[in-house]
Design a protein around this ligand. Structure first.
Ligand code: NAD
Length: 501
Protein backbone atom coordinates (compact mmCIF):
# COMPACT_ATOMS: atom_id res chain seq x y z
CA UNK A 1 0.00 0.00 0.00
CA UNK A 2 1.40 3.41 -0.98
CA UNK A 3 -0.95 5.31 1.32
CA UNK A 4 -2.75 6.38 -1.83
CA UNK A 5 -5.13 3.46 -2.09
CA UNK A 6 -7.94 1.93 -0.04
CA UNK A 7 -9.40 -1.55 0.13
CA UNK A 8 -13.16 -1.41 -0.18
CA UNK A 9 -16.04 -3.87 -0.06
CA UNK A 10 -19.00 -2.61 -2.06
CA UNK A 11 -22.66 -3.15 -1.07
CA UNK A 12 -22.83 -5.96 -3.67
CA UNK A 13 -19.88 -7.73 -2.00
CA UNK A 14 -17.38 -6.75 -4.69
CA UNK A 15 -13.85 -6.23 -3.26
CA UNK A 16 -11.95 -3.34 -4.79
CA UNK A 17 -8.52 -1.83 -4.27
CA UNK A 18 -8.99 1.80 -5.24
CA UNK A 19 -6.24 4.38 -5.78
CA UNK A 20 -7.06 7.73 -4.20
CA UNK A 21 -4.39 10.03 -5.69
CA UNK A 22 -4.26 12.45 -8.56
CA UNK A 23 -3.19 10.66 -11.75
CA UNK A 24 -0.33 12.61 -13.36
CA UNK A 25 2.34 11.20 -15.67
CA UNK A 26 0.96 7.65 -15.22
CA UNK A 27 1.42 7.82 -11.43
CA UNK A 28 -0.88 8.41 -8.49
CA UNK A 29 0.34 11.36 -6.45
CA UNK A 30 -0.74 13.38 -3.43
CA UNK A 31 -2.35 16.77 -3.75
CA UNK A 32 0.03 19.64 -2.95
CA UNK A 33 -2.55 21.30 -0.69
CA UNK A 34 -3.63 18.20 1.24
CA UNK A 35 -7.26 18.91 0.23
CA UNK A 36 -9.58 15.93 -0.04
CA UNK A 37 -12.94 15.04 -1.51
CA UNK A 38 -15.21 12.81 0.57
CA UNK A 39 -17.29 10.53 -1.57
CA UNK A 40 -20.75 9.78 -0.16
CA UNK A 41 -23.00 6.82 -0.98
CA UNK A 42 -26.28 8.53 -1.98
CA UNK A 43 -28.29 5.41 -1.06
CA UNK A 44 -27.50 5.57 2.68
CA UNK A 45 -25.38 8.73 3.16
CA UNK A 46 -22.33 6.77 4.41
CA UNK A 47 -18.81 7.78 3.41
CA UNK A 48 -17.26 5.50 0.78
CA UNK A 49 -13.77 6.95 0.52
CA UNK A 50 -11.76 10.12 0.66
CA UNK A 51 -9.62 11.04 -2.34
CA UNK A 52 -7.04 13.72 -3.16
CA UNK A 53 -8.35 17.05 -4.48
CA UNK A 54 -6.18 19.00 -6.90
CA UNK A 55 -4.98 22.55 -6.27
CA UNK A 56 -4.10 25.01 -9.04
CA UNK A 57 -0.47 23.91 -8.56
CA UNK A 58 -1.42 20.26 -9.19
CA UNK A 59 -3.37 21.26 -12.30
CA UNK A 60 -0.26 23.06 -13.53
CA UNK A 61 1.81 19.87 -13.02
CA UNK A 62 -0.76 17.88 -14.98
CA UNK A 63 -0.74 20.43 -17.81
CA UNK A 64 3.08 20.31 -17.94
CA UNK A 65 2.95 16.51 -18.11
CA UNK A 66 0.39 16.69 -20.91
CA UNK A 67 2.48 19.26 -22.83
CA UNK A 68 5.61 17.11 -22.54
CA UNK A 69 3.69 14.05 -23.75
CA UNK A 70 2.25 16.01 -26.66
CA UNK A 71 5.76 16.98 -27.76
CA UNK A 72 7.25 13.51 -27.14
CA UNK A 73 8.19 10.99 -29.80
CA UNK A 74 6.40 8.33 -27.74
CA UNK A 75 3.02 9.98 -28.44
CA UNK A 76 3.44 12.93 -30.79
CA UNK A 77 5.68 10.88 -33.05
CA UNK A 78 3.54 7.74 -33.50
CA UNK A 79 1.12 6.93 -36.30
CA UNK A 80 -2.66 7.01 -36.12
CA UNK A 81 -2.61 3.24 -36.45
CA UNK A 82 -0.47 2.95 -33.33
CA UNK A 83 -2.69 5.37 -31.43
CA UNK A 84 -5.70 3.29 -32.44
CA UNK A 85 -4.00 0.11 -31.21
CA UNK A 86 -3.46 1.65 -27.75
CA UNK A 87 -7.10 2.71 -27.65
CA UNK A 88 -8.34 -0.77 -28.64
CA UNK A 89 -6.20 -2.23 -25.84
CA UNK A 90 -7.65 0.33 -23.42
CA UNK A 91 -11.21 -0.63 -24.43
CA UNK A 92 -10.37 -4.34 -23.94
CA UNK A 93 -9.06 -3.63 -20.43
CA UNK A 94 -12.17 -1.62 -19.54
CA UNK A 95 -14.26 -4.57 -20.71
CA UNK A 96 -12.21 -6.96 -18.56
CA UNK A 97 -12.81 -4.75 -15.50
CA UNK A 98 -16.36 -3.68 -16.27
CA UNK A 99 -17.99 -5.23 -13.18
CA UNK A 100 -15.63 -3.35 -10.86
CA UNK A 101 -16.14 -0.11 -12.76
CA UNK A 102 -19.94 -0.53 -12.81
CA UNK A 103 -19.94 -1.30 -9.08
CA UNK A 104 -18.04 1.89 -8.29
CA UNK A 105 -20.30 3.90 -10.59
CA UNK A 106 -23.47 2.68 -8.89
CA UNK A 107 -22.06 3.01 -5.38
CA UNK A 108 -20.87 6.57 -5.94
CA UNK A 109 -23.62 7.89 -8.25
CA UNK A 110 -26.71 5.89 -7.24
CA UNK A 111 -27.73 4.71 -10.71
CA UNK A 112 -29.09 1.17 -11.03
CA UNK A 113 -26.29 -1.40 -11.34
CA UNK A 114 -27.95 -3.00 -14.37
CA UNK A 115 -27.77 0.41 -16.08
CA UNK A 116 -24.15 1.03 -15.04
CA UNK A 117 -23.08 -2.35 -16.38
CA UNK A 118 -25.24 -2.81 -19.47
CA UNK A 119 -25.51 0.78 -20.62
CA UNK A 120 -22.83 3.09 -19.18
CA UNK A 121 -19.99 0.56 -19.36
CA UNK A 122 -21.17 -0.84 -22.69
CA UNK A 123 -21.14 2.64 -24.19
CA UNK A 124 -17.84 3.60 -22.54
CA UNK A 125 -16.18 0.60 -24.22
CA UNK A 126 -18.00 1.12 -27.53
CA UNK A 127 -17.09 4.78 -27.84
CA UNK A 128 -13.37 4.16 -27.21
CA UNK A 129 -13.46 1.42 -29.86
CA UNK A 130 -15.37 3.63 -32.29
CA UNK A 131 -12.76 6.39 -32.07
CA UNK A 132 -9.89 3.86 -32.06
CA UNK A 133 -11.19 2.90 -35.50
CA UNK A 134 -11.05 6.54 -36.60
CA UNK A 135 -7.45 7.11 -35.42
CA UNK A 136 -5.89 6.05 -38.75
CA UNK A 137 -8.57 7.67 -40.93
CA UNK A 138 -8.03 11.31 -40.03
CA UNK A 139 -6.51 13.11 -42.98
CA UNK A 140 -6.78 16.20 -45.14
CA UNK A 141 -7.47 16.98 -48.78
CA UNK A 142 -5.44 17.83 -51.86
CA UNK A 143 -6.71 20.98 -53.58
CA UNK A 144 -5.52 21.83 -57.13
CA UNK A 145 -5.11 25.60 -57.29
CA UNK A 146 -3.08 26.33 -60.46
CA UNK A 147 -1.31 24.23 -63.16
CA UNK A 148 1.94 24.74 -61.24
CA UNK A 149 0.57 24.96 -57.77
CA UNK A 150 -1.56 22.99 -55.38
CA UNK A 151 -2.41 23.01 -51.72
CA UNK A 152 -3.06 20.26 -49.25
CA UNK A 153 -4.56 20.24 -45.80
CA UNK A 154 -3.29 18.49 -42.70
CA UNK A 155 -5.61 17.53 -39.86
CA UNK A 156 -3.55 18.20 -36.77
CA UNK A 157 -4.29 17.78 -33.06
CA UNK A 158 -5.00 20.87 -30.97
CA UNK A 159 -2.50 20.09 -28.21
CA UNK A 160 -3.32 19.90 -24.50
CA UNK A 161 -7.05 19.47 -23.96
CA UNK A 162 -8.71 20.26 -20.63
CA UNK A 163 -11.87 18.21 -20.16
CA UNK A 164 -14.40 18.94 -17.42
CA UNK A 165 -17.17 16.44 -16.85
CA UNK A 166 -20.30 16.17 -14.70
CA UNK A 167 -21.49 13.50 -12.26
CA UNK A 168 -24.50 12.07 -14.09
CA UNK A 169 -22.58 9.69 -16.41
CA UNK A 170 -19.01 9.86 -15.07
CA UNK A 171 -17.31 7.11 -17.09
CA UNK A 172 -19.38 7.67 -20.21
CA UNK A 173 -18.68 11.40 -20.24
CA UNK A 174 -14.97 10.70 -19.79
CA UNK A 175 -15.05 8.23 -22.69
CA UNK A 176 -16.96 10.63 -24.98
CA UNK A 177 -14.14 13.09 -24.40
CA UNK A 178 -11.16 10.71 -24.36
CA UNK A 179 -12.15 8.97 -27.61
CA UNK A 180 -11.96 11.80 -30.16
CA UNK A 181 -9.16 13.62 -28.30
CA UNK A 182 -6.88 10.57 -28.38
CA UNK A 183 -7.83 9.54 -31.93
CA UNK A 184 -6.70 12.98 -33.14
CA UNK A 185 -3.41 12.79 -31.18
CA UNK A 186 -4.06 15.28 -28.38
CA UNK A 187 -3.11 14.92 -24.74
CA UNK A 188 -5.57 15.28 -21.88
CA UNK A 189 -6.08 16.72 -18.43
CA UNK A 190 -9.50 15.56 -17.25
CA UNK A 191 -11.28 16.98 -14.22
CA UNK A 192 -14.11 14.74 -13.02
CA UNK A 193 -17.00 16.08 -10.95
CA UNK A 194 -16.34 16.26 -7.22
CA UNK A 195 -19.63 14.42 -6.54
CA UNK A 196 -18.41 11.24 -8.31
CA UNK A 197 -14.62 10.92 -8.13
CA UNK A 198 -14.24 7.14 -7.74
CA UNK A 199 -14.82 5.13 -10.93
CA UNK A 200 -12.42 7.30 -12.93
CA UNK A 201 -9.60 6.53 -10.46
CA UNK A 202 -9.99 2.82 -11.11
CA UNK A 203 -10.14 3.55 -14.83
CA UNK A 204 -6.84 5.42 -14.47
CA UNK A 205 -5.10 2.20 -13.37
CA UNK A 206 -5.84 0.80 -16.85
CA UNK A 207 -4.14 3.68 -18.71
CA UNK A 208 -0.50 2.54 -18.19
CA UNK A 209 -1.60 -1.09 -18.66
CA UNK A 210 -2.94 -0.19 -22.10
CA UNK A 211 0.50 1.23 -22.92
CA UNK A 212 -0.22 4.96 -23.09
CA UNK A 213 3.01 6.90 -22.48
CA UNK A 214 3.16 9.03 -19.29
CA UNK A 215 1.31 12.33 -19.54
CA UNK A 216 -1.04 11.43 -22.39
CA UNK A 217 -4.04 11.14 -20.04
CA UNK A 218 -3.93 12.92 -16.66
CA UNK A 219 -6.83 12.89 -14.21
CA UNK A 220 -7.20 15.53 -11.53
CA UNK A 221 -10.13 15.12 -9.19
CA UNK A 222 -10.91 18.45 -7.62
CA UNK A 223 -13.44 21.15 -6.98
CA UNK A 224 -14.83 23.25 -9.81
CA UNK A 225 -13.85 26.64 -8.40
CA UNK A 226 -10.27 25.55 -7.69
CA UNK A 227 -9.15 22.79 -10.08
CA UNK A 228 -11.76 23.43 -12.79
CA UNK A 229 -11.07 27.12 -12.85
CA UNK A 230 -7.27 26.56 -12.88
CA UNK A 231 -7.62 24.33 -15.93
CA UNK A 232 -9.96 26.70 -17.76
CA UNK A 233 -7.73 29.72 -17.22
CA UNK A 234 -4.37 27.98 -17.76
CA UNK A 235 -2.23 29.70 -20.39
CA UNK A 236 -0.81 26.45 -21.75
CA UNK A 237 -4.10 24.62 -22.32
CA UNK A 238 -5.28 24.71 -25.93
CA UNK A 239 -8.84 23.52 -25.57
CA UNK A 240 -11.60 23.11 -23.01
CA UNK A 241 -14.39 20.61 -23.49
CA UNK A 242 -17.03 21.08 -20.80
CA UNK A 243 -20.23 19.27 -19.90
CA UNK A 244 -22.33 20.61 -17.04
CA UNK A 245 -24.70 23.42 -16.18
CA UNK A 246 -25.28 26.46 -18.37
CA UNK A 247 -24.30 28.82 -15.57
CA UNK A 248 -20.89 27.13 -15.17
CA UNK A 249 -20.61 26.99 -18.96
CA UNK A 250 -20.73 30.78 -18.99
CA UNK A 251 -17.91 30.99 -16.43
CA UNK A 252 -15.90 28.48 -18.46
CA UNK A 253 -16.33 30.52 -21.62
CA UNK A 254 -15.17 33.64 -19.84
CA UNK A 255 -12.15 31.93 -18.23
CA UNK A 256 -11.14 30.23 -21.47
CA UNK A 257 -10.99 33.58 -23.25
CA UNK A 258 -7.66 34.28 -21.51
CA UNK A 259 -5.74 32.69 -24.40
CA UNK A 260 -8.65 32.21 -26.84
CA UNK A 261 -8.95 28.49 -26.16
CA UNK A 262 -10.86 26.30 -28.55
CA UNK A 263 -14.12 25.50 -26.76
CA UNK A 264 -16.91 22.96 -26.79
CA UNK A 265 -19.76 23.27 -24.31
CA UNK A 266 -22.51 20.80 -23.60
CA UNK A 267 -24.77 22.43 -21.08
CA UNK A 268 -28.30 22.30 -19.73
CA UNK A 269 -31.65 21.53 -21.28
CA UNK A 270 -35.40 21.61 -20.83
CA UNK A 271 -36.26 19.43 -23.79
CA UNK A 272 -39.88 19.26 -24.95
CA UNK A 273 -41.76 16.12 -25.98
CA UNK A 274 -44.80 16.91 -28.11
CA UNK A 275 -47.70 14.45 -28.30
CA UNK A 276 -50.05 15.13 -31.22
CA UNK A 277 -53.57 13.74 -31.13
CA UNK A 278 -52.86 11.10 -33.79
CA UNK A 279 -49.95 9.67 -31.74
CA UNK A 280 -49.73 6.13 -30.42
CA UNK A 281 -50.51 7.19 -26.85
CA UNK A 282 -49.19 4.06 -25.18
CA UNK A 283 -45.82 4.45 -26.91
CA UNK A 284 -45.76 8.19 -26.24
CA UNK A 285 -46.35 7.50 -22.53
CA UNK A 286 -43.64 4.82 -22.33
CA UNK A 287 -41.03 6.85 -24.23
CA UNK A 288 -42.08 9.99 -22.37
CA UNK A 289 -41.50 8.19 -19.08
CA UNK A 290 -38.06 6.87 -19.94
CA UNK A 291 -37.21 10.21 -21.57
CA UNK A 292 -37.50 12.01 -18.25
CA UNK A 293 -37.20 9.41 -15.49
CA UNK A 294 -34.12 7.52 -16.78
CA UNK A 295 -31.00 8.01 -14.61
CA UNK A 296 -33.16 9.57 -11.84
CA UNK A 297 -34.00 12.37 -14.28
CA UNK A 298 -30.38 13.48 -14.24
CA UNK A 299 -29.90 13.64 -18.00
CA UNK A 300 -29.10 16.83 -19.87
CA UNK A 301 -31.34 15.77 -22.78
CA UNK A 302 -34.23 14.63 -20.52
CA UNK A 303 -37.60 15.39 -22.12
CA UNK A 304 -38.76 17.26 -19.04
CA UNK A 305 -41.58 19.28 -20.66
CA UNK A 306 -44.36 17.19 -22.15
CA UNK A 307 -46.83 19.03 -24.39
CA UNK A 308 -50.00 17.08 -25.15
CA UNK A 309 -52.90 17.83 -27.51
CA UNK A 310 -55.98 18.68 -25.45
CA UNK A 311 -58.05 15.85 -26.98
CA UNK A 312 -55.69 13.16 -25.65
CA UNK A 313 -54.44 15.04 -22.58
CA UNK A 314 -56.34 13.16 -19.86
CA UNK A 315 -55.69 9.77 -21.43
CA UNK A 316 -51.97 10.56 -21.76
CA UNK A 317 -51.69 11.56 -18.09
CA UNK A 318 -53.46 8.37 -17.00
CA UNK A 319 -51.14 6.17 -19.06
CA UNK A 320 -48.04 8.10 -17.97
CA UNK A 321 -48.95 7.61 -14.30
CA UNK A 322 -49.47 3.88 -14.92
CA UNK A 323 -45.94 3.60 -16.32
CA UNK A 324 -44.55 5.56 -13.35
CA UNK A 325 -46.29 3.19 -10.93
CA UNK A 326 -44.87 0.12 -12.70
CA UNK A 327 -41.23 1.21 -12.17
CA UNK A 328 -39.52 0.57 -8.86
CA UNK A 329 -37.67 3.19 -6.83
CA UNK A 330 -35.18 1.40 -4.61
CA UNK A 331 -31.72 0.09 -3.83
CA UNK A 332 -29.69 0.56 -7.01
CA UNK A 333 -28.03 -2.82 -6.50
CA UNK A 334 -31.41 -4.64 -6.72
CA UNK A 335 -31.94 -6.23 -10.14
CA UNK A 336 -35.45 -4.82 -10.55
CA UNK A 337 -34.70 -1.21 -9.55
CA UNK A 338 -35.42 1.43 -12.17
CA UNK A 339 -34.75 4.54 -10.09
CA UNK A 340 -32.10 4.98 -7.40
CA UNK A 341 -31.32 8.02 -5.26
CA UNK A 342 -30.41 11.50 -6.53
CA UNK A 343 -26.64 11.90 -6.65
CA UNK A 344 -26.20 14.23 -3.66
CA UNK A 345 -28.09 15.93 -0.90
CA UNK A 346 -27.76 19.21 -2.84
CA UNK A 347 -29.50 17.71 -5.90
CA UNK A 348 -32.14 16.09 -3.67
CA UNK A 349 -32.89 19.42 -2.02
CA UNK A 350 -32.89 21.17 -5.38
CA UNK A 351 -35.60 18.82 -6.69
CA UNK A 352 -37.66 19.21 -3.50
CA UNK A 353 -37.44 22.99 -3.84
CA UNK A 354 -38.86 22.79 -7.37
CA UNK A 355 -41.72 20.66 -6.02
CA UNK A 356 -42.54 23.51 -3.62
CA UNK A 357 -42.26 25.98 -6.47
CA UNK A 358 -44.68 23.96 -8.63
CA UNK A 359 -47.21 23.81 -5.80
CA UNK A 360 -46.94 27.50 -4.96
CA UNK A 361 -47.31 28.54 -8.60
CA UNK A 362 -50.58 26.60 -8.85
CA UNK A 363 -49.61 23.60 -10.95
CA UNK A 364 -51.49 20.37 -10.22
CA UNK A 365 -49.44 17.62 -8.54
CA UNK A 366 -50.59 14.44 -10.31
CA UNK A 367 -48.26 12.04 -8.51
CA UNK A 368 -45.10 12.01 -6.35
CA UNK A 369 -43.87 15.26 -4.87
CA UNK A 370 -42.37 13.70 -1.73
CA UNK A 371 -39.16 11.94 -0.67
CA UNK A 372 -39.19 8.15 -0.95
CA UNK A 373 -38.19 6.74 2.41
CA UNK A 374 -38.73 2.98 2.07
CA UNK A 375 -35.21 1.97 1.12
CA UNK A 376 -32.62 0.39 3.45
CA UNK A 377 -31.95 2.45 6.57
CA UNK A 378 -34.48 5.11 5.55
CA UNK A 379 -31.67 7.50 4.68
CA UNK A 380 -30.53 8.35 1.18
CA UNK A 381 -31.61 10.86 -1.43
CA UNK A 382 -34.62 9.07 -2.92
CA UNK A 383 -37.53 11.04 -4.36
CA UNK A 384 -40.86 9.78 -5.67
CA UNK A 385 -41.16 10.33 -9.42
CA UNK A 386 -43.05 13.58 -9.68
CA UNK A 387 -45.56 14.68 -12.31
CA UNK A 388 -47.07 18.16 -12.43
CA UNK A 389 -49.96 18.79 -14.84
CA UNK A 390 -51.75 21.94 -15.99
CA UNK A 391 -48.40 23.68 -16.05
CA UNK A 392 -48.29 26.99 -17.89
CA UNK A 393 -45.38 28.41 -19.83
CA UNK A 394 -44.52 31.22 -17.43
CA UNK A 395 -44.10 28.95 -14.43
CA UNK A 396 -40.56 28.41 -13.14
CA UNK A 397 -41.02 24.64 -13.41
CA UNK A 398 -41.76 25.02 -17.15
CA UNK A 399 -38.67 27.16 -17.77
CA UNK A 400 -35.91 25.92 -15.45
CA UNK A 401 -33.89 22.72 -15.58
CA UNK A 402 -34.71 20.65 -12.48
CA UNK A 403 -32.44 17.67 -13.18
CA UNK A 404 -34.48 15.12 -11.27
CA UNK A 405 -37.41 12.68 -11.64
CA UNK A 406 -39.69 15.61 -12.28
CA UNK A 407 -41.85 16.30 -15.32
CA UNK A 408 -44.30 19.02 -16.30
CA UNK A 409 -47.25 18.35 -18.61
CA UNK A 410 -48.96 21.14 -20.54
CA UNK A 411 -51.93 20.96 -22.95
CA UNK A 412 -52.01 22.60 -26.40
CA UNK A 413 -54.66 23.11 -29.08
CA UNK A 414 -52.86 23.51 -32.44
CA UNK A 415 -49.60 22.48 -34.10
CA UNK A 416 -48.58 26.13 -34.21
CA UNK A 417 -49.13 26.51 -30.48
CA UNK A 418 -47.20 23.28 -29.80
CA UNK A 419 -44.17 24.53 -31.74
CA UNK A 420 -44.33 27.93 -30.04
CA UNK A 421 -44.51 26.32 -26.57
CA UNK A 422 -41.73 23.85 -27.41
CA UNK A 423 -39.45 26.69 -28.50
CA UNK A 424 -40.30 28.91 -25.53
CA UNK A 425 -37.07 28.09 -23.71
CA UNK A 426 -33.55 29.48 -23.44
CA UNK A 427 -32.38 25.91 -24.05
CA UNK A 428 -32.23 23.88 -27.26
CA UNK A 429 -30.70 20.49 -26.61
CA UNK A 430 -33.22 17.80 -27.63
CA UNK A 431 -36.86 17.67 -28.67
CA UNK A 432 -39.23 14.76 -29.28
CA UNK A 433 -42.50 14.48 -31.12
CA UNK A 434 -45.10 11.77 -31.44
CA UNK A 435 -47.34 11.61 -34.50
CA UNK A 436 -48.30 9.09 -37.16
CA UNK A 437 -48.47 11.79 -39.83
CA UNK A 438 -45.18 11.62 -41.73
CA UNK A 439 -45.51 15.11 -43.20
CA UNK A 440 -46.12 16.62 -39.80
CA UNK A 441 -43.15 14.70 -38.37
CA UNK A 442 -40.73 16.31 -40.84
CA UNK A 443 -42.39 19.73 -40.81
CA UNK A 444 -42.28 20.02 -37.02
CA UNK A 445 -38.78 18.50 -36.75
CA UNK A 446 -37.47 21.30 -38.93
CA UNK A 447 -39.15 23.97 -36.79
CA UNK A 448 -38.05 22.76 -33.36
CA UNK A 449 -35.11 24.73 -31.99
CA UNK A 450 -32.93 21.83 -30.87
CA UNK A 451 -29.67 20.12 -31.69
CA UNK A 452 -31.39 16.72 -31.81
CA UNK A 453 -34.97 15.67 -32.62
CA UNK A 454 -36.49 12.29 -31.85
CA UNK A 455 -39.54 11.26 -33.88
CA UNK A 456 -41.74 8.71 -32.05
CA UNK A 457 -38.92 8.16 -29.58
CA UNK A 458 -37.00 10.02 -26.89
CA UNK A 459 -33.39 10.48 -25.89
CA UNK A 460 -31.82 8.31 -28.58
CA UNK A 461 -28.08 8.79 -28.56
CA UNK A 462 -25.70 6.83 -30.71
CA UNK A 463 -21.91 6.98 -30.80
CA UNK A 464 -22.06 7.48 -34.61
CA UNK A 465 -24.47 10.43 -34.48
CA UNK A 466 -23.58 14.05 -33.61
CA UNK A 467 -24.74 15.11 -30.15
CA UNK A 468 -25.09 18.69 -28.93
CA UNK A 469 -27.33 21.68 -28.56
CA UNK A 470 -28.31 25.10 -29.84
CA UNK A 471 -29.18 28.29 -27.93
CA UNK A 472 -27.93 28.06 -24.32
CA UNK A 473 -27.55 24.28 -24.48
CA UNK A 474 -24.07 24.46 -25.90
CA UNK A 475 -21.54 24.99 -28.63
CA UNK A 476 -20.10 22.28 -30.86
CA UNK A 477 -20.84 18.59 -31.24
CA UNK A 478 -19.62 15.38 -29.64
CA UNK A 479 -19.78 11.82 -31.00
CA UNK A 480 -19.69 10.65 -34.60
CA UNK A 481 -17.33 12.10 -37.17
CA UNK A 482 -18.45 15.56 -35.96
CA UNK A 483 -16.73 14.81 -32.63
CA UNK A 484 -13.36 14.72 -34.39
CA UNK A 485 -13.82 18.29 -35.60
CA UNK A 486 -13.78 19.42 -32.00
CA UNK A 487 -10.29 17.97 -31.43
CA UNK A 488 -8.43 18.75 -34.65
CA UNK A 489 -7.44 21.79 -36.65
CA UNK A 490 -6.87 22.18 -40.36
CA UNK A 491 -3.52 23.44 -41.62
CA UNK A 492 -3.29 24.51 -45.27
CA UNK A 493 0.07 23.94 -47.01
CA UNK A 494 0.55 25.72 -50.36
CA UNK A 495 3.05 24.15 -52.80
CA UNK A 496 4.62 25.97 -55.70
CA UNK A 497 5.93 23.46 -58.26
CA UNK A 498 7.75 26.04 -60.33
CA UNK A 499 5.68 29.15 -60.98
CA UNK A 500 8.33 31.85 -61.37
CA UNK A 501 7.88 35.55 -60.65
P1 NAD B 1 -21.65 22.16 -12.69
O1 NAD B 1 -21.80 22.77 -14.02
O2 NAD B 1 -21.39 23.06 -11.54
O3 NAD B 1 -20.45 21.09 -12.71
C1 NAD B 1 -20.00 20.42 -13.86
C2 NAD B 1 -18.48 20.35 -13.83
O4 NAD B 1 -17.94 21.65 -13.88
C3 NAD B 1 -17.92 19.72 -12.55
O5 NAD B 1 -16.78 18.96 -12.88
C4 NAD B 1 -17.53 20.93 -11.73
O6 NAD B 1 -16.52 20.67 -10.79
C5 NAD B 1 -17.02 21.85 -12.81
N1 NAD B 1 -17.01 23.27 -12.43
C6 NAD B 1 -17.83 23.90 -11.55
N2 NAD B 1 -17.50 25.21 -11.47
C7 NAD B 1 -16.47 25.41 -12.32
C8 NAD B 1 -15.70 26.55 -12.69
N3 NAD B 1 -15.94 27.74 -12.16
N4 NAD B 1 -14.72 26.39 -13.60
C9 NAD B 1 -14.49 25.19 -14.16
N5 NAD B 1 -15.16 24.07 -13.83
C10 NAD B 1 -16.15 24.18 -12.93
O7 NAD B 1 -22.89 21.30 -12.44
P2 NAD B 1 -23.38 20.71 -11.01
O8 NAD B 1 -23.18 21.66 -9.91
O9 NAD B 1 -22.77 19.40 -10.88
O10 NAD B 1 -24.91 20.59 -11.27
C11 NAD B 1 -25.73 21.73 -11.22
C12 NAD B 1 -26.76 21.66 -12.32
O11 NAD B 1 -26.10 21.53 -13.58
C13 NAD B 1 -27.67 20.47 -12.30
O12 NAD B 1 -28.70 20.60 -11.41
C14 NAD B 1 -28.12 20.42 -13.71
O13 NAD B 1 -29.12 21.34 -13.95
C15 NAD B 1 -26.90 20.82 -14.47
N6 NAD B 1 -26.12 19.69 -15.00
C16 NAD B 1 -26.16 19.46 -16.32
C17 NAD B 1 -25.44 18.41 -16.85
C18 NAD B 1 -25.46 18.13 -18.29
O14 NAD B 1 -25.05 17.05 -18.68
N7 NAD B 1 -25.86 19.05 -19.12
C19 NAD B 1 -24.70 17.59 -16.03
C20 NAD B 1 -24.66 17.85 -14.68
C21 NAD B 1 -25.37 18.92 -14.18
Amino acid sequence: MTGLEVNLTAPNGHKITLPTGLFINNEFVKSSSGDKIKSINPSDESEIASVEAASAEDVDKAVKAARAAFQSEAWGGISGTDRGALMFKFADLIEEHKETLATLETWDNGKAYSVSLNEDLAETIAVIRYYAGWADKIHGLTIPTHPQKFAYTLKQPLGVCGQIIPWNFPLMMAAWKFGPALACGNTIVLKPAEQTPLSILYLATLIPKAGFPPGVINIVNGYGKEAGNALVSHQDVDKIAFTGSTITGRAVMKGASINLKNLTLETGGKSPLVVFKDADIEQAAKWGHVGIMYNQGQVCTATSRILVHEDVYDEYIKQFKDVVAANKVGNPFDDDTFQGPQVTQAQYERVLSYIESGKSEGAKLATGGVPHKNVGNGKGFFIEPTVFTDVTENMKIFQEEVFGPFVVITPFKTEEEAVRLANNSCYGLGAALFTQDVERAHRVSAKLEAGMVWVNSSNDSDIRVPFGGVKQSGIGRELGAAGLEAYSQTKAVHINMGLKL
